[in-house]
Design a protein around this ligand. Structure first.
Ligand SMILES: *Cc1c(COP(=O)(O)O)cnc(C)c1O
Length: 457
């Protein structure tokens, strides 16, 4: 047996105390980044042959490093896609680490994987995809999109030997997330961009397909639609696109990394109609399902297709597919092999709170976007660029240039008041800089929104 070091026990208590304080903090500080040079001056060298002691390292973390980092769950952090993990999920993230379980194979992680699978079953049910649809938790939406695209491409080639060396094409709107193009680079396929930042309509897909040369048409293997664009919360015409994909024998992927949480909200669920026909779906629980980082998910209509693409082989892995070790191996359905049981914090929080609480918390985000829309319209100096969609609100301050928006962002952030960043919208070939809110945190209030709009006067 190892001796337990009493200093380590005391250190653990300090660390846990910090964690509890952070988890239960109802008035978090926004934090502001420092330059690497500033941090070097404050922190010095921490990785040394003898070590600097846990006490000292922790003090530097608590007093310097964490203050130069932004808590994503700050109620006035409304930039990008913020997050708001439940306290239960964050707490259980600590437990997940302490449990030290390998999450790739049933043989090693059976009990924990079983729990992850129950959380996954709820996600699958939200999509309405029929049995045997199922999925796995990934490091995020990027890996989920990559895993889905690899499955799609491999399936396309498996069905037609002549495609073995053909460079594939996927079709996606320009409003699709940047990770779609990044992942197309990884797997070396071309992307044909449908020129719309608004809803990607079935008619536009038809037109795109009709305009292809027969050679290019034979290279298209997948269409990617978005269930809640990252910039504006727009949901593409999933039903119409699904129908064309079926007719044309194309893999239909829905990227709902941000918007997927809204599948739980009855007020908007109908906007996602057609998602049940997808061959694969991406949802990021670390965005709108209140999970800590990092937790994405990919769901497949036919998990066997994904397994054929992803299961790794090696003599050292044989035991994991032995009948004696049988069970669900999450690594068979994604790019990653060794993995933490990253769905466990979501599972615990779901089990503790029940799914109704999730539905309510997502509806709160949607309601905040509606409230913001009303306030922006009421206030003299601002107006909506478009109606709020899901929890995204795009708006402009009359008379402001791109530089005004940028200065405003820095000013609010430096003051420790709010983090709200500008974005761009397209008008034909022109881009306009505008302001954007994205609501995730149900603790954000109408007062917060009013106060932020005040800072634009
Ligand atoms: C955020 C996002 C992604 C990327 O997800 P990560 O978890 O950051 O890898 C992909 N697609 C959409 C629509 C997103 O909003």
């Amino acid at each position: 047996m190892h001796n337990v070091d009493i200093d380590l026990v005391e250190m653990t208590l300090d660390v846990i105390k910090f964690a509890i304080k952070r988890i239960t903090d109802t008035d978090p500080q926004l934090g502001f980044p420092k330059s690497e040079a500033e941090l070097s001056a404050l922190v010095g060298e921490t990785v040394t042959p003898e070590g600097i002691s846990g006490e000292k390292a922790f003090a530097l973390f608590r007093d310097v490093l964490i203050k130069a980092s932004i808590p994503i769950n700050h109620p006035r952090h409304l930039a990008f896609v913020p997050a708001s993990p439940t306290r239960a999920a964050v707490m259980f993230d600590l437990v997940t680490s302490a449990a030290n379980v390998h999450g790739a194979f049933w043989l090693e992680g059976a009990g924990c994987i079983f729990a992850e699978m129950q959380a996954m079953r709820w996600l699958v049910k939200l999509t309405g995809m029929p049995a045997p649809a199922f999925g796995v938790f990934t490091s995020g939406g990027t890996e989920a999109n990559l895993s889905a695209m690899v499955a799609a491409r491999e399936n396309w080639r498996a069905l037609d030997e002549s495609k073995k060396t053909t460079r594939g094409i996927v079709i996606a709107a320009i409003s699709a997330h940047s990770s779609v193009r990044a992942m197309a680079k990884v797997i070396d396929v071309d992307v044909i961009s449908v020129q719309t930042e608004d809803c990607f309509e079935a008619a536009q897909l038809n037109e795109t397909l009709e305009n292809l040369t027969p050679e290019d048409r034979s290279r298209v293997f997948a269409v990617i639609a978005t269930g809640g664009t990252t910039n504006a919360g727009i949901i593409d015409d999933l039903d119409g696109i699904a129908e064309i994909c079926k007719r044309e024998n194309l893999w239909f992927h829905v990227d709902a990394a941000y918007g997927g949480g809204a599948l739980a909200a009855k007020s908007v669920r109908h906007l996602f109609n057609g998602i049940e026909h997808a061959d694969s779906v991406t949802i990021d629980p670390h965005k709108w399902l209140f999970s800590p980082y990092d937790c994405g998910a990919v769901i497949y209509r036919d998990p066997e297709q994904a397994k054929a693409a992803h299961a790794q082989e090696g003599s050292y892995l044989d035991i994991f597919s032995d009948p004696g070790a049988q069970g669900f191996n999450p690594s068979d359905y994604q790019i990653q092999l060794t993995r933490r049981i990253r769905g466990l914090p979501l599972w615990f929080s779901l089990a503790m709170h029940g799914t109704n609480r999730y539905e309510k918390a997502v509806e709160d985000g949607i309601a905040l976007a509606q409230t913001a829309g009303r306030l922006i319209t009421e206030v003299e100096h601002t107006e909506l660029v478009r109606e709020p969609s899901l929890s995204c609100v795009l708006f402009r301050r009359h008379g402001w240039t791109a530089e005004d928006y940028r200065n405003w962002t820095y000013k609010n952030h430096k003051a420790g008041f709010a983090l709200v960043a500008p974005t761009k919208v397209r008008h034909g070939s022109e881009f306009e800089t505008v302001a954007r809110f994205c609501f995730i945190n149900p603790d954000t209030t109408e007062t917060d929104i009013k106060a932020i709009l005040e800072t634009m006067k």
